[in-house]
Design a protein around this ligand. Structure first.
Ligand code: BGC
Length: 420
């Protein structure tokens, strides 16, 4: 009996070894969900693919087009619900905790311990990447959202002397550009882009403390204050400088309008810089990156990260650890962020190759952190639960696409901020 058991155990061990051997001989692939499909984004994603291939892993691209990632999140939910999650997915902010609570995330703590992530990441970043104390995600970058992208030739043609710093200067420039027969503000009418402009307006009109109270803490008194009415008034004025073809336009096409001089300015996070870079444009010469009006000293951060989903296969688990450690390597953080327009999430990456927009971002992040102006991006899923965010974004999109008054928008915002 005993020897029979031993034979069975031996046979099981042999077939397991064979299985592992076979799987090892084939290449293990990582399937990675993301929404990086624009020129600059695709170049950045290709760097991760390359790095995994150098480490001996295959890459199964699970790209779902759609800026801001709404379509990607819908596709992801369908896959997880059907019990077939990808190896990793681009998920950020509080959503990481939401997925963690579903019990579907895998720990990459082994890679984090090995790579000393706790020493390399600022605690605000590290905490977002952990679920119940264990790393379940790896951050690739820090994007800044409160930028204004400007074509200096357009300013010149329109007779605008200097890039705008204040709202008065901004609207003065916009009026002059429009008068010169060009489009003042390049925009794509999609809810997430509307929300991206809105958050910079709230920050620029109300300041960092007001932004934090209204869009992060969802404080009712702030949401229904005259400052919020003023923010919608400002957004309403912005609307008048957007062209009639904006509805549905993708963000990168709006950026292309600034690149080729059809439009003067765009409110967008620094993934827009990835488009300028991919088009071989130089900052300070072909384009300007400046703070959105009135937001000097503030910094809205948006951190992209890859979250790992539980895998039953041992090789897939190994691949996951390799993906996590690749993402955090200084080589990857450098080359990826040079293409993506963002800055590295981890310490210890040389800034030598980064351009003036990126080094400004690095310096402004440090300074705003000291001065109290560092705030999470509401529009990019860093600040509040996704359900509440969705309800607020709907209000902003409705305001952009109707004749709703600022007061009506504020009243709707109060209700939306209570959606759980
Ligand atoms: C992401 C960026 C991406 C942008 C446009 C943002 O939410 O953080 O990585 O480039 O959406 O797709």
């Amino acid at each position: 009996m005993k020897s029979m058991q031993r034979v069975k155990a031996l046979a099981a061990a042999v077939s397991l070894a064979a299985a592992v051997g076979t799987a090892g001989a084939q290449q293990t692939s990582v399937e990675v969900l993301h929404w990086w499909t624009s020129g600059g984004e695709a170049k950045s994603a290709a760097e991760l693919k390359k790095m995994m291939q150098t480490r001996g892993f295959g890459w199964k691209d699970f790209a779902v087009a759609g800026g801001g990632g709404d379509a990607a999140m819908t596709a992801l939910k369908a896959r997880v619900v059907s019990g077939n999650p990808p190896t990793a997915a681009q998920i950020k902010g509080p959503s990481i905790q939401e997925w963690g609570r579903e019990g579907v995330l895998a720990s990459v703590d082994a890679a984090a311990k090995d790579g000393k992530w706790d020493d390399l990441l600022p605690p605000v970043v590290a905490n977002v990447m952990k679920f119940k104390g264990q790393y379940v995600a790896a951050p690739v970058n820090v994007h800044r959202v409160n930028w204004l992208w400007v074509n200096p030739d357009v300013l010149k043609k329109a007779g605008v002397a200097a890039a705008p710093q204040t709202w008065d200067q901004f609207f003065d420039a916009a009026a002059k550009i429009q008068k010169a027969g060009l489009i003042a503000i390049a925009h794509g009418g999609q809810p997430w882009q509307d929300a991206t402009v809105f958050e910079s307006v709230v920050l620029g009109v109300g300041g960092a403390e007001f932004y934090r109270k209204s869009l992060v803490q969802l404080d009712e008194a702030s949401i229904k204050s005259p400052t919020m009415v003023k923010a919608f008034d400002t957004l309403g004025r912005i609307k008048t400088y957007i062209d009639k073809d904006a509805p549905g336009r993708d963000w990168n096409l709006a950026t292309a309008m600034v690149i080729n001089g059809k439009a003067g300015m765009q409110f967008m996070g620094d993934w827009a810089k990835g488009e300028f870079t991919a088009a071989n444009k130089a900052p300070g010469k072909d384009y300007l990156c400046i703070n959105a009006p009135g937001t000097q000293g503030s910094f809205t951060f948006n951190i992209d990260s890859f979250v790992m989903f539980k895998q039953s296969d041992a090789n897939a688990q190994k691949a996951q650890l390799a993906l996590a450690s690749s993402i955090m390597s200084p080589e990857f953080q450098e080359v990826f962020n040079l293409n993506k327009g963002s800055i590295p999430a981890r310490a210890g990456v040389s800034r030598a190759k980064f351009d003036s927009c990126a080094t400004k971002s690095m310096d402004d992040m440090t300074a705003s952190n000291k001065g109290g102006g560092l705030v999470p991006s509401f529009a990019h899923g860093m600040a509040i639960p996704s359900s509440t965010q969705g309800a607020i974004v709907d209000v902003v999109a409705r305001f952009m696409n109707s004749n709703m008054t600022s007061q009506q928008a504020v009243d709707a915002l109060v209700k939306a901020s209570k959606v759980k």
